[in-house]
Ligand binder design. Sequence first.
Ligand code: ADP
Ligand code: GN1
Ligand code: MG
Length: 372
Amino acid sequence: MGIRERLERPILSHFTFEGDVLSVEPYGDGHINETFLVRTTQRRYILQRMNEEVFPDPAALMHNIQYVTEYLRAQGQETLQIVATVNGEPYLRSSMGNFRMYVFIENTVSYNLVDNPQMFENAARAFGRFQNLLSGFDARKLVEVIPHFHDTPARLSALERAVENDVSGRARGVGAEIEFFESRKLDYTKVVDALARGDVPLRVTHNDTKLNNILMDARTGEARAIIDLDTIMPGSLLYDFGDAVRFGASTALEDERDLEKVHFSLDYFRAYTVGFVGEVANSLTPTEAELLPFSALLMAEECGMRFLTDYLDGDEYFATAYDDHNLVRAHTQMRLVEDMEAQMTEMKVLTRQIVNRYQHATTNHENDHEES
Ligand code: ADP
Ligand code: GN1
Ligand code: MG
């Protein structure tokens, strides 16, 4: 039986989309949910089977997305549009899993690799604006769908547990990788401690800002909509900045096998920092500004640990296409960590210049205003 036949009666017939189904195909490069493109005689839709292990409370998850998308739409921002079920629910619970449907956002593209600094700067502006649009959102409305999501010390503990359990018998082969992450443990507490002390403010953040979670206009290259709103939770702006940079400022795909191709690009880093800081300069605190370059390194360390942990756990969490896929991903993150460590001084100088430029611009502008 094809995908369409499998999904049409038990799943699709419960949603209030327009037209008759023409085709259903697997779609996109997400690692978490199972995504399908549905074409009907009227328009296109995205159908997703939500990952039950990762999101055990789909009702809370969908409430978060409903609140946030309504809030964004009310401010004129294009965003995900949920297609309700015939019972008026935002998702369908079924024996085949939990499914949701979105209107397909047409005439857009999402990328797994940056191919020029301008497009990365556009992505950064969009994530910066997203941060600004959510600055007034009441965080108490949100359920923390994945507690400790960016708790880097907890990610190290999870790695250590995976090594101890060694369910897949793979630990023996990755001693150097484990040591790599153990030896950097002093890094992991910096942002969580700053948040706990109140030195870095808690904000409503996206928490999964990789490039393929943003849709760019196919014609103009401008960012249109930020998607994958599953992990919107209270967090730090540093997570959003750092995660976008660790993915997009790499010269190769996240799962590139040939590490010779994997470099951290200072040009891409500059482009992202210009775009992001340009948008958030008004609300950026001094400690946030200071930690921006470090946050990219931290997110690469954290993501690398998560890939290695999943490799040891037998590939339970992230979707994989081949046997050592998670290990290949862990290796690219390690390469980026080393490259960032080597270029951290330049990253800090660049960031300081950019922050000064925008914060001075704002101050001068405010002064102009006061004088007039
Ligand atoms: P995952 O959590 O698995 O990453 P996403 O929600 O990011 O799943 O969706 C996977 C991919 O599907 C995205 O990277 C994007 O290419 C595409 N996609 C998701 N929602 C839409 C939408 N509403 N319109 C167009 N494309 C979409
Ligand atoms: C996952 O869902 P997706 O593919 O956009 C993961 C992120 C990781 C990323 C690594 C909910 O993102 O945290 O950084 O893979 N999302 C979740 O590619 O765990
Ligand atoms: Mg995604």
